[in-house]
Design a binder for this molecule. Structure first.
Ligand code: AMP
Length: 423
């Protein structure tokens, strides 16, 4: 699914492009259509799922028509950081629409907030305490609000904000569209939801992106050594369930075949498979029959398998967003996960973009020892294959020219990593 299918106003599409989003996240796919249809929403999702855009984009679509310079939407958040983040996202997504938001929270001067409201805004993003202050002072009115969003409702409850929320809601028209987002659903939030939502559509997304429980590890490796490196990594580490991404379907298929031949329970998931084969691969991966699934980005879209311990980017993804989507498949539901990325020198630009998006550098792991070993194995294999084809006397000559006992040499790589292996 792509954003074009929602048929947003071109000015909103411009905002989506400015944010660098190409495809909707699962919660966006699920929540945007009912919100556009005017339904109330109960969203069970954490921050990190893309939920802000899930409610902001259809909200903008509604507000782009109709009166300006009136408070038509209220978004309530429990912390100033979240309020700022939502306000910042609106700024990007609404840039071309002329719609304006103001952010309101305590601990700073009220004056700039009051001035911004007076200048005319359509969206207020607020923390409950300061909003109540401004309501009491009549610096803002909620009588024209058409849409209410309560974000991170469970945190509001933790912080004791529910009485404030009820006071705020009493100042709004009864006829409105309401949405509540919450990662968990304690009894108190369920009561609140029953009070304020009418016939809501429930949207539940269990994973985050990017999950904070994932470690990101980079292997700098020459292209032709990737398969050997992969084999070494799989041999050396405990990997319960591994999803490997390749750029092409051809490579996904061949890599899965290679791993099967090497004795691993692997399958591929790529566009050339029949629906039945695709289902078999997915079911097998889900139930543990296949420990390894090799997939392309397109084929892997929508894979929802809990308990993936490792994601391996055999090929670096084409965009930073694709990296987040790929690696978001491990570390779900608070489990820890590892994301390994194999990068050759030509990938360095994309790696910088990914790291910028992650907000940190990936951990660099040395490939030297592993790759040297793997390279050695490949040589051994080639030699064996060669000697099988050779007549008897040539076979012994070939074996004598470099058996395992004589290993002592230097491996050097494109990235200047070099290591002498002596055994
Ligand atoms: P949120 O859950 O709203 O805090 O979003 C988490 C992160 O995902 C933010 O960095 C967003 O910019 C990003 N994001 C939201 N929607 C998309 C999308 N469709 N494609 C890529 N990244 C997205």
């Amino acid at each position: 699914m792509s954003f074009t299918e929602f048929q947003f106003h071109p000015k909103i599409n411009a905002g989506i492009a400015a944010c660098g989003y190409t495809n909707p996240t699962p919660i966006q796919n699920e929540a945007i259509p009912p919100i556009l249809a005017g339904r109330d929403i109960l969203g069970l999702a954490q921050t990190g799922t893309g939920k802000t855009a899930a409610f902001v984009l259809p909200l903008l679509q509604r507000l782009i028509e109709g009166p300006r310079k009136k408070v038509r939407a209220l978004i309530v958040a429990p912390t100033r950081e979240l309020a700022e983040q939502i306000h910042g996202n609106i700024g990007m997504m609404a840039k071309e629409t002329g719609l304006k938001s103001v952010v309101i929270y305590g601990g700073v001067s009220k004056l700039p907030q009051i001035r911004a409201i007076r200048a005319g805004v359509e969206i207020v993003v607020a923390c409950p305490g300061r909003l109540l202050d401004l309501l009491n002072e009549k610096a803002v009115t909620l009588s024209t609000v058409e849409v209410l969003v309560l974000d991170e409702a469970d945190h509001m409850f933790d912080k004791g904000f529910l009485p404030d929320i009820r006071r705020i809601i009493r100042q709004m028209p009864m006829k409105r569209q309401s949405m509540v987002f919450s990662a968990t659903m304690p009894r108190e939030i369920r009561h609140l939801v029953e009070e304020i939502l009418r016939n809501p559509e429930t949207v539940q997304i269990n994973h985050t992106l990017p999950a904070p429980t994932i470690s990101h590890i980079l292997f700098q490796v020459a292209k032709e050594q990737k398969t050997s490196l992969l084999k070494s990594i799989i041999q050396e580490r405990e990997m319960a369930s591994t999803l490997i991404f390749t750029r092409t379907k051809h490579k996904a298929k061949n890599l899965a075949l290679y791993l099967q031949k090497a004795g691993y329970s692997a399958a591929s998931l790529q566009g050339n498979l029949s629906q039945q084969k695709r289902q078999q691969a997915l079911d097998g991966f889900r139930n543990g029959t296949f420990k390894i699934l090799v997939a392309t980005d397109i084929a892997a879209r929508g894979i929802d398998v809990l308990g993936i311990s490792h994601v391996i980017n055999y090929d670096v993804p084409d965009t930073a967003e694709a990296y987040t989507h790929r690696t978001g498949r491990t570390g779900r539901a608070s489990r820890t996960g590892q994301a390994f990325t194999f990068a050759s020198q030509e990938d360095s630009k994309m790696i910088s973009l990914i790291e910028h998006n992650l907000g940190k550098r990936m951990l660099r792991e040395s490939t030297s020892a592993l790759a040297c070993e793997a390279e050695e194995d490949v040589r051994e294999e080639k030699k064996e294959r060669f000697s099988r084809l050779m007549p008897k006397r040539k076979k012994s000559a070939a074996a004598g020219s470099g058996g395992k006992s004589q290993r002592s040499r230097t491996c050097s790589f494109d990235f200047g990593i070099s290591k002498t292996v002596q055994r």
